[in-house]
Structure formats: C-alpha cells, structure tokens
Ligand binder design. Sequence first.
Ligand code: PLP
Length: 411
Amino acid sequence: MSDDLVTLEDVEAARDRIADVVHRTPLDTSTTFAELSGAAAVGLKLENVQRTGSFKIRGAYNKMAQLSGEERERGVISSSAGNHAQGVALAGDLLGIDATIVVPEVTPAAKVEATRGYGAEVIVEGDIYERSYEYALERAEETGETFVHPFDDEAIVAGQGTIGLELLEQFSDLDTVLVSIGGGGLISGIGTVLKAHEPGIRVVGVQPEGALHAKPSLERDELHVLEDVDTVAEGIADARLLETTFRHVRERVDEVVGVSDREIATAVALLAERAKTVAEGAGAAPVAALLSDDLNVEGERVGAVISGGNVNLSEHAELTRTGLFELGRYVDARLALEGWPATLEAVVETVEEKGAELDRLERARRGPNDHPNRIPVTVGLEGSGPEHLRDVLEALSERDGIEVVERGLDP
Ligand SMILES: Cc1ncc(COP(=O)(O)O)c(C=O)c1O
C-alpha cells in the first residue's frame, strides 16, 4: 500500500482476497432510466443484492483478512448503526474473528438482531452515534481489539474499490459513474480504479442536500464539516469526510451533486417499479442524481452504483408513496359523504370505473369546518398521472352525495 493514496494494485489485491466470499454483483442495464435521463445507456451496479444487503462486506473483509494472527486473537470492534455493522459481523464470522459492534440506544431492534444474527456481539452504548464511536475507541485501547473504521482506512477503501473493477468489466465505454458519498470510502475506492484505468471517466459523488459536505470540501479544497445532518438516506447521513477519504476525493472525484429527499424517494419508487429493485435511500441516491436537472448525461454511458437495499418494508412503502406524490401519481383527498354508507359504495365504484387504485379510505375525525350532517373521510388514490387523478376527483364530485372538500396535491 502506498503512503499516499490507495493504488489500483491495492484494489486488485483486495479483489483476490475477497473473491471467494463476496458476490460479484449483477449489472442491470436500464432502458427506462436511459430514456428518463437522456443518457445513451445506464448500467445499475446492484450492490443491494450483495451479502448483508450492501457493499460493506467488501471493505470489512479486506481489512480483517489482513490482520495478524495475534490481532485476530484479540478480535475487532466497530461502531455503526447500519450496514457497516453487518459487514464487520459477517467478515468476523467468515474469518473466525470475534467481532463486537457498539450501537447507539436509538438503533432499531431489527438492526441489532440482524447484526447478532451474523454472530457479532452487540453492545448498546450511547445516546447518539458519536458516543458509541468514542466508547468503541476507548474499549479498543483497553482490550487491544482492532477498531474497524467504516470508511477512513486504506484497506476499507481498497475493498470498496473492487466494485470499480467489476463495473469496468461489466459495462464498457463508461462516460460517467455515480456513487453516493457518506464518509467517502466507497467513492474513494471506485474513483481509484476508474481514474487508473481511464482518467477521462467522470466520477460523480452524490449526497443528500441535508448532508452535503463533500461538495463544498471539493469545491473549496478545504474540509467542510456540517453541524447538523437531516435526510431520509440514513446510510449517507454523515457530517464530513475524514483525512484519508478527503485525500482521495480531492484527487479522484470530479464533482458532487446534491439531491433532495423527495428526489431520493422518487428514485426509490422508480427503482422498485421499473427495475424491480429494492434500494434504501443511500442506494437510490445515484439514480436521483441521474434524473436531476443538475446533472447533464445527454448521450452518455452512465454507471450508477445501487449501494444498498437495507430498508424495512414500511419505510420502503413510505418512500415509495412520497415518490409517487412527486411523480403526480398519488393524491390524498378529503371527502364529505351524505347518505353514508351508500355513498361509500359510490366512492369505490367511481374509482374503479376510472381505472385508478383506492390505496386508502378512512373515516376522518370531524373538524370545525365539516358539515355536521356529512361524514368526513380521507382517501389515498393512485393513478397514472396528474390528469388522470384530476379526472377521478372530478368524477367523484359529480356523484350524488359526494363532495370533494380538499385535494392534497395539484390534481
Ligand atoms: C447503502 C450505503 N451507500 C453508501 C454509503 C456511503 O459509503 P461511504 O461512507 O464509504 O461514503 C453507505 C455507508 O454506510 C451505505 O450504507
């Protein structure tokens, strides 16, 4: 490993180390996303179907496989509430190394269980992530366990870079590659490979607007640290790059694009619908950038790394619904019904006749503006677009006994 930056050879060595345990994930070409973005072709690198549901096993295994016999004996420790925890846990299991993961108190039980399921010991310590991180570092000092950093480590960067080697083999003549950035380990590795093979490939980082630190860091060539982060994409809700990743990003990333949470939700919905792919927010962010007006990919061959799919189903449903709202394909409306329950049947019938989907129908709490002799209900309707939904609402309001009191969206 060079003193300075991770090299292509480091990544190739990582590939040999992890080859037997990590999936070579598929690359899915998508005409839909090419059409929607104006690109000549789009290739989705599906790390959401990687073992543990994200790319993190690549770096964790590469790091842990290089520990000495003595270090392995002492075990490893890390702090993470997310995908890195599962990567370290599985790598520990495969290599026979005891792994301990420190998670903050707010971590959902399901994530704690998933990490335990891979054989790691989980310690719940700290009200926020930083406390868990400090605790893990202190404990590593005391016990001699090796701390496995989620991104700021050359071996982790080299491991994540193996995605770049596969991408080059699977999708030729790349013009632009889109990669989400949290702490920057993933893009540092992929950027290393792409720039070594073909310096002309444009490496674009993607961050949520609510955690947009790498963009100012790159543009001002000065590490930018955010005070707060706020995004649905919790996998990339970081406040800063660190020393190792900043060194790589400034050399190997061309630009960073910010995307809104709404754009991320739309990307989650479109990936599910068009590519039959379950992505978490962090995994869908590159598709959000692809479809954003802030990035021009006209006529290009574009690779997008779908980095993870660890999202629980109810959260996925929420994101999808928000995405449908954004696409003008979902509307919430409040109706006042006269002659309940016969009018209820008329609602169901009308929506069906119009070829729309009645996603939700609930009796609403009566408010001061509601007519005392009408039953207020709220409905959620899915349709093919704003015009279709407008037409459905129009048809509802024309039925006897149904008044559309409020429309949640444009339609
Ligand atoms: C799904 C997913 N995508 C992207 C990232 C970003 O990786 P990095 O922190 O190396 O930039 C993470 C990090 O946890 C992640 O979990």
